[in-house]
Design a protein around this ligand. Structure first.
Ligand code: GAR
Length: 202
């Protein structure tokens, strides 16, 4: 293992429980090949920003609204990645679909967590609670989470890790979301961050 750690930027939009799982895993030593050096939110006042602050990590807010266009938004993100010498971008509940213009600049250097077993319930329009609503609507008995590389196809990049979670009778979208987070997302995401960081730094 090399001494140098991958410099990680985590992109967030909301509560940031996955960011928290990554920060906790860094503390406990599950993540040892990478270090979160920057948190970027595309929404003002996201609670994830508080989590970054509490952990003493530099945080930036870049919104589509303020930058004016997706192109300008991505240009600003790119600037931040260069300025902070980022090796790995981790999308943790980041609710913006990055275009090929951005993703093609970081091949195998952007990973995302999706709250379902890809290829089920994924792609455009499937995010957050909507994913669990769709799973319950379809009546699947197993769902889960997937960590994958990000390319130009929404939720279409190579799969890195998956974990299945049972759906129970009477589940609401909120109850199912919480179980998927606890049993899958917060478990496999830190593991995948470590795996990819170690590979990048090898
Ligand atoms: C998580 O369930 C994550 O998998 C999902 O949003 C939630 C964010 O929660 N991401 C997507 O749906 C991306 N398509 P968090 O802010 O507490 O980590």
């Amino acid at each position: 293992m090399s001494e140098k750690k991958a410099r990680i930027a985590v992109f967030v939009s909301g509560g940031g429980t996955n960011l928290q799982a990554i920060l906790d895993a860094q503390k406990s030593g599950i993540i040892k090949s990478g270090e979160v050096v920057l948190v970027v939110s595309n929404s003002e006042g996201a609670y994830a920003l508080e989590r970054a602050k509490n952990a003493g990590i530099k945080a930036e807010t870049v919104t589509r609204k303020k930058t004016g266009s997706q192109e300008a938004f991505e240009a600003e993100l790119e600037r931040l990645m260069a300025e902070n010498k980022i090796d790995l971008i981790v999308l943790a509940g980041f609710m913006n679909i990055l275009t090929e213009n951005f993703t093609s600049k970081y091949p195998k250097r952007i990973i995302n967590i999706h709250p379902a077993l890809i290829p089920s319930f994924c792609g455009k329009g499937f995010y957050g609670l909507k994913v669990h609503e769709a799973a319950l609507e379809r009546g699947v008995k197993l769902t889960g989470a997937t960590v994958h590389y990000v390319n130009e196809i929404a939720d279409g990049g190579e799969i890195i890790m998956q974990k299945a979670v049972e759906v129970h009778d009477g589940d609401t979208p909120e109850v199912l979301q919480r179980r998927v987070m606890e049993q899958a997302e917060w478990v496999i995401f830190p593991q995948a961050v470590e795996k990819v960081s170690a590979e990048l730094m090898a």
